[in-house]
Design a protein around this ligand. Structure first.
Ligand code: HEC
Length: 209
């Protein structure tokens, strides 16, 4: 009788442990029918064709600068500001900036208390935009600044500049400081972390117009 109990107990236990890793939980993408890496030879270019970067998206990046440098501060928007450009800026702001910076006055959901710390108010009397040149704002988006992450990986130059232009155009309380005006908020004041070194310059032929 004790043997029977023990056997039963062992069957139940082994049943449980088998069930834990048996079908259908052992499906693994490695076993799928997809073409595996290196299973196929890399395709070569057709005859008489030359590889060219950015043929369909001809917007490269202008030269990069450290945000605090005189050259960086003096950068200005190289693109024509029209309705389409501003619409791009508004859309990009909504995707990449609004979650933290909200409408520029009230912080967005990611900038709320207990979440991403130290998010700067952008407009209005205490706002950063009236204290910063266009070049400064553009380089903040491109390279990040203080504890703000960079977004140069997510956008091309036209898109980054369109955000700068859109904020200046949509928010009357976010105009650029007049030349020579002293800033009341030192650069990188909030985070304390130094601005990241500027990544290398764009390869030849990729400069924006
Ligand atoms: C993850 C949250 C987050 C997102 C998203 C974000 N920022 Fe920021 N931003 C910050 C923080 C934090 C600071 C304060 C940085 C500091 O000074 O340490 C800041 C500061 C700034 C400043 C002031 C910089 C200065 O030197 O005064 C500007 C301008 C700015 N952000 C623009 C933008 C724009 C434009 C976008 C969208 C491309 C954006 N931010 C997206 C968190 C964010």
């Amino acid at each position: 009788m004790r043997d029977v109990t023990r056997t039963l107990a062992m069957m139940v236990l082994s049943g449980v442990s088998t069930a834990a890793w048996a079908l259908p939980w052992n499906i693994d993408m490695v076993d799928s029918d997809a073409v595996k890496a290196y299973e196929q030879e890399m395709r070569t270019l057709p005859q008489g064709v030359v590889a060219q970067p950015n043929a369909l998206t001809p917007f490269g990046y202008v030269r990069n600068y450290v945000r605090e440098s005189a050259e960086g501060q003096a950068l200005s928007n190289p693109f024509e500001v029209n309705d389409a450009f501003l619409a791009t800026g508004e859309r990009m702001y909504g995707v990449y900036c609004q979650p933290c910076h909200g409408d520029g006055l009230e912080l967005g959901p990611v900038g709320a208390a207990g979440r991403y710390p130290g998010v700067a108010v952008l407009r209005g009397e205490q706002g950063r935009l009236p204290q910063r040149t266009d070049g400064h704002v553009y380089l903040t988006v491109r390279n990040g600044g203080g504890i703000m992450p960079s977004y140069g990986w997510a956008m091309n130059d036209r898109e980054m500049w369109s955000i700068v232009a859109w904020m200046r155009s949509a928010w009357k309380d976010a105009q650029a400081p007049s030349a020579g005006a002293a800033s009341t908020v030192p650069m990188g004041a909030d985070g304390g972390a130094p601005a990241p070194a500027a990544p290398g310059t764009a390869p030849q032929g990729q400069e924006a117009p």
